[in-house]
Design a protein around this ligand. Structure first.
Ligand code: AMP
Length: 357
């Protein structure tokens, strides 16, 4: 079996690290010279819209998946005319546009913060009258890790905020004073079998995920699973889907979904019986999905911008270091550490010993 992946970053790399023991080979289409997945598969060095490269990929692999949602829709459709592309293109089209995804969530009875599509400054002014302040303007596409967002506290900031968009399609949504942020990682196979991981609590700083904690028997698990199931079924989804929620009281408001393996599921490599990466490969090949059961208490810490002292991390019991082979750069995800142990106190002790990473 040979799987093509659009993208050659750390998610592609971890997919290959999970799929290789199952006898699956990987080809990555990625324009970056220093694609960090290149060491764990074949690197087709080209742009996503390079027809010749897409042909070359299609000729080599059994099916195609992708590691991020900004791949051009035309490239995905072009490939999908020749071989299966999972998750299905309709899921990608929905997930890449905040307006489309939030509209779908509401149609399926999945709650979100109030939002309004913006086409003019008048829209923006009216929207604020409806949803209130503070609020956040978000570009409809290409925004991730807080990029493309403007926080609005006061109506006097609206004209400048509209200017700053330069006509880029955007929505405005109400600021949610959430109790916590959680996400669910779900998988659905070609033949429709589903699996759900235990919820993860996520902590962000400057819009970037810093820490994820796997939650055992969380009271919100059932609700999150029922929302995920609705989306998986509706989209005839295949592969891993991540959904991020704001929890307010006993309600879950969806922030966004990602049609791919997700940073908040990295703890599953050591912390679950089957990792999200392996289950994505199993799902797209229509192999039986693996158990998502917890193996203990798990906390994942992202390494942002700066590499840690390897010796310091590895000297700690229960610490698993993952470096993506990327250079240090401010704000860049270059690795993560998962601390996983049967005993919760042992996890906390290791995290304290590792210190601020
Ligand atoms: P996003 O790019 O939409 O994933 O947003 C990144 C992070 O910004 C989220 O994980 C939240 O911590 C914060 N955030 C985004 N939207 C909202 C909102 N409507 N209310 C409160 N916080 C938000």
């Amino acid at each position: 079996m040979k799987v093509g992946i659009l993208g050659g970053g750390q998610l592609a790399r971890m997919l290959s690290l999970a799929g290789t023991p199952l006898g699956v080979d990987f080809v990555f289409l990625c324009q970056a010279h220093d694609a960090c997945a290149a060491t764990v598969g074949e690197h087709l060095h080209a742009r996503f819209d390079d027809k010749q490269a897409l042909e070359q990929l299609a000729a080599q692999v059994d099916l195609v998946t992708y590691e991020f949602e900004s791949v051009p829709a035309e490239s995905v459709e072009y490939l999908n005319r020749q071989l299966p592309v999972y998750p299905p293109p309709q899921a990608l089209a929905t997930a890449r546009d905040r307006l489309h995804e939030k509209t779908l969530f509401n149609e399926l009875g999945v709650k979100t913060a109030g939002f309004v599509n913006l086409t003019s400054l008048e829209d923006l002014q009216q929207a604020v009258a409806t949803i209130g302040l503070p609020a956040i303007i978000k570009t409809r596409t290409e925004g991730y890790d807080g990029k493309g967002q403007q926080f609005i506290r006061d109506a006097s900031e609206l004209a400048a905020a509209w200017e700053a968009l330069h006509g880029v399609p955007a929505i405005i949504e109400a600021f949610v004073p959430f109790d916590r942020e959680v996400s669910i990682i779900a998988a659905r196979s070609v033949s429709g079998k589903m699996a759900f991981y235990p919820l993860t609590e996520n902590e962000h700083r400057e819009g970037i995920l810093r820490k994820s904690t796997a939650l055992a028997n969380d009271p919100m698990q059932k609700l999150a699973e029922s929302y995920a199931e609705r989306l998986l079924e509706h989209l005839d989804y295949v592969g891993v889907l991540a959904i991020e929620f704001f929890q307010v009281g006993d309600a879950l408001l969806v922030n966004e979904m990602a049609p791919r393996v997700h940073n908040s599921g990295h703890w599953t490599i050591e912390g679950a019986e089957t990792s999200q990466f392996e289950n994505h490969i199993r799902a797209i090949l229509d192999w039986p999905l693996g158990s998502t059961a917890l193996l203990g208490h798990s906390v994942m810490l992202n390494l942002i911008g700066k590499l840690p002292d390897n010796r310091k991390v590895l000297a700690q019991p229960h610490a698993h270091l993952h470096l993506y082979g990327k250079d240090e750069r401010p704000g860049r995800k270059i690795g993560h550490i998962t601390v996983c142990a049967k005993d919760e106190a042992a996890v906390s002790k290791t995290i304290r010993a590792i210190g601020e990473v």
